[in-house]
Design a binder for this molecule. Structure first.
Ligand code: FCB
Length: 454
């Protein structure tokens, strides 16, 4: 018999806080990347974002009105340790300290993520995730944050979607730091895993309770003419390379076939896998869309884009079907059910859906109040995916909680402000927050503590 599913809402630092120059915050790779011409769809950046650095109390009130039991946010490393290592900026820590207290006062449990992609730029200047030193710096940062907050924080995540950090950042070049170094990006993969392992150890040494990592695994739906080795390689780089060493203490054969450097003892040193093995007490799953593969006949290598994020794998392309969100992501709730069932079976770890949601072009509902945003398509997406979570639980998947992405329309990385995932609209100038219809729908759903009738 399951305990009831718990609910929350998720955000991240660079996408919401703004105030990038305040209180001693150092520069991150996203500040730098956004200045590169053509990097961000609308030429924008996160310098204003949702102004949450000043308005976060409003965000907490919204989460409370939503009936969220959990609030997932991320801590900006460059606010806490502006130079990446060494000197601690107390004003940065104070901000998160106040946020944690404020959440607890509102009856909401804080679920911080230590790294949601905003690496201190100075660490990138020294090699970023291609350098082993970045993993030690991360463990140092984890200790600093945990010593301040661990008495009040019930669950911790180390990294958010390390696949994106490694492959969108260093292979496809569409995320910061915007490098395209091909197969050398696999080195970042191991250093991210090491950062997670050492970070988890540091958190626990400082007294942290429930430590996990947030991944973005995806079911690979391959057309029949795609060679098995291609499907296996995509599956390895997207999925197995991340949870495999945590669960089994090694990179499996499929992962090493796709990324041979993961068998190189100069990269994967004695003791590394031991530090990673068993380092997560729960797994966070960010799910939006399946990866539908078709064969690519012209054998051209895709420059940039999603295909470029699988270095060394050729002869395929992604072909999402309808229906799609405004980002062109295929909507397929059954894939969430299958993913949760599959991962629960393979990892035996408690799972949390740490992000799920959709971007749509919201249209104002002229028939009722001028401010009501009738985002019926987002409601449908959330409803179908919540159903999928219940369906997975019914066949035994150990899914503990579901967090919606995201509370606010925010800075959506390379898409700037052109893509809207929020259940609350944000005025770009004043920062005024206006709940959409999906906010009210989700509030009703959360309140009902909905469990599918047996
Ligand atoms: C995930 C990110 C999150 C947000 C959503 C849409 O990959 O973790 O910050 O951008 O996608």
């Amino acid at each position: 018999v399951h305990r009831p599913l718990e609910f929350g809402v998720a955000t991240s630092a660079y996408q919401t806080e703004g105030a990038v120059g305040r209180d001693g915050r150092g520069e991150s790779i996203w500040d730098t990347f956004c200045r590169r011409s053509g990097a961000i769809a609308d030429g924008s950046d996160g310098s204003m974002a949702c102004q949450s650095y000043d308005l976060v109390n409003e965000d907490v009130s919204l989460a409370q009105r939503l009936g969220a039991g959990w609030y997932r946010f991320s801590i900006a490393w460059p606010r806490v340790i502006p130079d990446g290592t060494g000197r601690i900026e107390q004003r940065g820590l104070d901000y998160y300290d106040r946020l944690v207290d404020h959440l607890l006062d509102a009856g909401i449990a804080p679920a911080p993520t230590l790294y949601h992609w905003d690496l201190p730029q100075i660490l990138e200047d020294h090699g970023g995730w291609l350098s082993r030193d970045t993993a030690s710096a991360f463990a140092e940062y984890a200790t600093v944050v945990a010593e301040r907050l661990t008495d009040r924080v019930p669950m911790w995540a180390t990294l958010n979607e390390p696949w994106c950090s490694a492959y969108l950042g260093y292979a496809a070049g569409v995320h910061a730091p915007g490098r395209m170094i091909g197969k050398d990006a696999h080195r970042a993969t191991h250093h991210l895993m090491l950062a997670h392992g050492w970070g988890a150890q540091a958190l626990r040494a400082a007294g942290a309770g429930w430590v996990g990592i947030v991944l973005n695994p995806a079911p690979i739906l391959a057309a029949t003419d795609v060679p098995q080795e291609t499907t296996d390689a995509v599956d390895a780089l997207r999925n197995r390379v991340w949870w495999g060493p945590i669960v089994n203490g090694r990179y499996d054969d499929q992962s090493i076939a796709a990324a041979p450097v993961l068998a190189d003892p100069d990269l994967v040193r004695d003791g590394d896998l031991h530090s990673i093995h068993g380092s997560a007490q729960w797994l966070g799953i960010n799910y939006y869309t399946p990866m539908r593969l078709v064969r690519r006949t012209d054998h051209k290598r895709a420059a940039g884009g999603e295909e470029g994020a699988y270095p060394g794998v050729a002869g395929f392309q992604f072909a999402p079907r309808e229906p799609q969100t405004s980002l062109g992501w295929e909507i397929h709730a059954d894939s969430l059910r299958d993913l949760l069932v599959d991962l629960s079976h393979h990892t035996h770890l408690p799972l949390i859906v740490t992000e799920n949601g959709a971007a749509f072009r919201d249209s104002a509902n002229s028939s009722s109040s001028a401010s009501a945003i009738n985002d019926a398509d987002r409601i449908r997406y959330l409803r179908d995916h919540l159903e999928a979570v219940h369906a997975a639980r019914e066949v035994g998947a150990d899914v503990r909680a579901y967090f919606a992405w995201t509370l606010l329309d925010n800075f959506e990385w390379a898409h700037g402000y052109t893509q809207k995932f929020g259940i609350v609209q944000v005025d770009a100038v004043t920062g005024a927050r206006t709940p959409k219809a999906s906010f009210y729908w989700l509030a009703d759903y959360f309140r009902a503590g909905y469990e599918k009738p047996r």
